[in-house]
Design a protein around this ligand. Structure first.
Ligand code: CP
Length: 359
C-alpha cells in the first residue's frame, strides 16, 4: 500500500503526476466533485494546526467525501495512554484514509507499519511535512511556471523547520536547483539534510547569515517562523527569535519576479506591509494546499491496491541494542517502537524513524 510519510516515498514521476492532477482540478473543478463519495478521511491531529487540518477537511468535502477525527490528543484515548499503533488500527475500522500530525518524530511512520488504510504524514515534530512540500511545489510551479532551474533561499529556522527539510528533499530530484541557507548559527540546517540530501544528490548550496546579501539572486524566498515550541531552552529561543524580518526595504533588493513563500503561520518574520506586494505568494500558497491535497487523496485512493505504486525499497534496518537514538522527541524514545538504525552518508549511523545521530 502507498503511504506518504516522507517526500521520498513518492517518486519524482508520482510527484509530477499529483501536481498535474491538482492543475487539472483547478481547470475542471466540477469533474472531481463526488469522486470520493462514500469515502471517509480521518484527521488525527495530536498537535495544533489551522491550514493542514482544515485544508484536508475542505479537500475531502469538495470531493464529496466525509471527515472524522480529533484536533487535540486530549479529546482522544491518547489521553488515557493509547499508543499510536493501536489508535490507527482502530481508526482504520472507521475510515478509508488517515492524515496524522504528531509532535513525536516517526509517529506516522510507525502508524503506517500497522495500518490497513493509507497514512499521510501531516507533520511529525521537526522532521518532515510532505503535504506542505506538495503545496510548495505546486505554488512554485504556478508562480514561476517551472520547478527546475531555480535558486531558492530558505530563511529563518532551518533547524526545526520541517517544511524546509521536506522541500529540500523533494527539490533535490529536480534539475538545476541552487539552495541558499540563510540562518544564524543556532538555527542552521541539520547535517543529515546537507550530507544525505544536498551532497548525495549534487544540490549546490551555500550558507549565509545575511538576507540582504542573498535576496538579489533568489527566484524563490522561503521564509519560516522560529519554532518556539521546539526549543528546549527558552533563553536560546529569545536570542534568535527576531533573526530575520522581511520588509518593503528588503523586497526592493529582490528580483521583479521573485516569489515569497511561507508555510505559515507567521509571527513577525514578514511584515504586513509586504502582503500587498504581487510577489507575496503565501496566501495563494494556502489555497494551493487544499487543491494539492485533493489530488493527493484521489491518487492515494487510486494507488491503494496498484502494484505499480509501491513504497520505495530501502536497505534492511540495523538492530543493535548498544545503539540509542539521541532525539528525546523520537517515537523510539516515547512509545513501544523497537529502535532501528540505518547506515547513512559518510558511514554515519542514523535513527530509522527520525534521522538523528545515534549515541
Ligand atoms: N503550514 C502548516 O502546516 O500550517 P498549520 O500548522 O496551521 O497546519
Amino acid at each position: 500500500m502507498k503511504h506518504l510519510i516522507d517526500p521520498t516515498d513518492l517518486s519524482k514521476q508520482e510527484i509530477d503526476q499529483i501536481i498535474a492532477l491538482a492543475e487539472d482540478i483547478i481547470a475542471h473543478r466540477e469533474r472531481y466533485q463526488g469522486s470520493m463519495a462514500h469515502k471517509k478521511l480521518a484527521t488525527l491531529f495530536y498537535e495544533p494546526s489551522t491550514r493542514t487540518r482544515l485544508s484536508f477537511t475542505a479537500a475531502m468535502m469538495e470531493l464529496g467525501g466525509q471527515v472524522l477525527g480529533f484536533s487535540t490528543p486530549q479529546s482522544s484515548s491518547a489521553a488515557k495512554g493509547e499508543s499510536v499503533q493501536d489508535t490507527v488500527r482502530v481508526v482504520g475500522c472507521f475510515a478509508d484514509i488517515i492524515a496524522m500530525r504528531h509532535p513525536i518524530e516517526g509517529a506516522p511512520l510507525v502508524a503506517s507499519e500497522v495500518s490497513r488504510v493509507p497514512i499521510i504524514n501531516a507533520g511529525d515534530g521537526s522532521h518532515s511535512h510532505p503535504t506542505q512540500t506538495l503545496t510548495d511545489l505546486l505554488t512554485i510551479k504556478r508562480e514561476l511556471g517551472h520547478i527546475d532551474d531555480i535558486t531558492i533561499g530558505f530563511c529563518g529556522d532551518l533547524r526545526f523547520g520541517r517544511t524546509v527539510h521536506s522541500l529540500i528533499k523533494a527539490l533535490s530530484r529536480y534539475h538545476g536547483i541552487k539552495v541558499v541557507l540563510i540562518a544564524p548559527d543556532e538555527l542552521r540546517l541539520p547535517d543529515y539534510i546537507k550530507q544525505d540530501v544536498c551532497e548525495k544528490m549534487g544540490v549546490e548550496y551555500r550558507e549565509t547569515d545575511s538576507l540582504d546579501d542573498a535576496i538579489p539572486e533568489l527566484d524563490v524566498l522561503y521564509m519560516t517562523r522560529v519554532q518556539k515550541e521546539r526549543f528546549l531552552d527558552e533563553d536560546e529561543f529569545d536570542r534568535v527569535k527576531d533573526s530575520f524580518v522581511l520588509d518593503a526595504r528588503r523586497m526592493a533588493l529582490a528580483k521583479e519576479k521573485m516569489a515569497v513563500l511561507h508555510p505559515l503561520p507567521r509571527v513577525n518574520e514578514i511584515l504586513t506591509e509586504v502582503d500587498d506586494d504581487p510577489r507575496a505568494a503565501y496566501f495563494r500558497q494556502v489555497e494551493n494546499g487544499k487543491l494539492v491535497r485533493m489530488a493527493l487523496i484521489i491518487s492515494l485512493m487510486e494507488w491503494k491496491n496498484d502494484p505499480a505504486h509501491k513504497m520505495p525499497e530501502h536497505e534492511p534496518p540495523i538492530y543493535n541494542a548498544s545503539l540509542h537514538c539521541s532525539n528525546t522527541k523520537c517515537i523510539c524514545n516515547n512509545e513501544n517502537a523497537e529502535p532501528r538504525f540505518r547506515l547513512a552518508e559518510n558511514g554515519i549511523t542514523r535513527c530509522w524513524y527520525c534521522d538523528s545521530k545515534v549515541k
